[in-house]
Design a protein around this ligand. Structure first.
Ligand code: IMP
Ligand code: MG
Length: 174
């Protein structure tokens, strides 16, 4: 089934490049940045962002479940895989695919802040502000989009489409 292209590869790559340069500029050259990617959706964004970030960068992975197999949030967030390493004293950036209701990120920010990183910021490829249920601070946003269910570039519908190299919309979906 063909997807409708919402954000093509060239725009994605250009924006990720800009974000990486902005992050490096703000943290300063030579400052180690620790990226915490939220599995599974953020792994493609992480891979591109990390390769464009110059200087010392490390990464770790965390996984939460907030959605079942469909497209609507259950409203409940559960940690299903924890980090391998401590965050204490590090400059940490949470890397997430999309902020929708904000429930996942507000939960993650709260539990990760408790681990006493030196600083904690968040980078999200996509944001759907019209869907927000809780206010959450996201310092780096790739693209702001309308309330449509999107797939590709790591994002899935029922575990499919993660391999699509652009952000697309399933035809006929809202
Ligand atoms: P939130 O807790 O409602 O902000 O949901 C965030 C999570 O829901 C993201 O990490 C995604 O896994 C998933 N999600 C939200 N909107 C979409 C979408 O349009 N496509 C795919 N996944 C989505
Ligand atoms: Mg996710």
């Amino acid at each position: 089934m063909d997807l409708e292209v919402l954000i093509d590869e060239a725009r994605l790559q250009a924006r990720v490049d800009e974000l990486a340069r902005q992050i490096r500029r703000e943290y300063g050259p030579g400052v180690p940045v620790h990226l915490v990617a939220v599995l599974k959706g953020a792994f493609v964004f992480l891979a591109d962002l990390m390769r464009r970030l110059e200087g010392p960068v490390s990464c770790d992975f965390i996984a939460v479940s907030s959605y079942g197999s469909g497209t609507s949030s259950s409203g409940e967030v559960r940690l299903t895989k924890d980090l391998d390493r401590s965050l204490e004293g590090r400059d940490v950036i949470i890397v997430e695919d999309i902020v929708d209701t904000g429930l996942t990120l507000s939960y993650l920010q709260e539990i990760l802040r408790a681990r006493e990183p030196r600083s904690l910021r968040t980078a999200c490829l996509l944001s759907k502000p019209s869907r927000r249920k809780v206010e959450v601070k996201v310092e780096y946003i790739g693209f702001t989009i309308d309330d449509r269910f999107v797939v590709g570039y790591g994002l899935d519908f029922d575990e499919t489409y993660r391999n699509v190299p652009y952000i697309g919309v399933i035809p006929g979906s809202a």
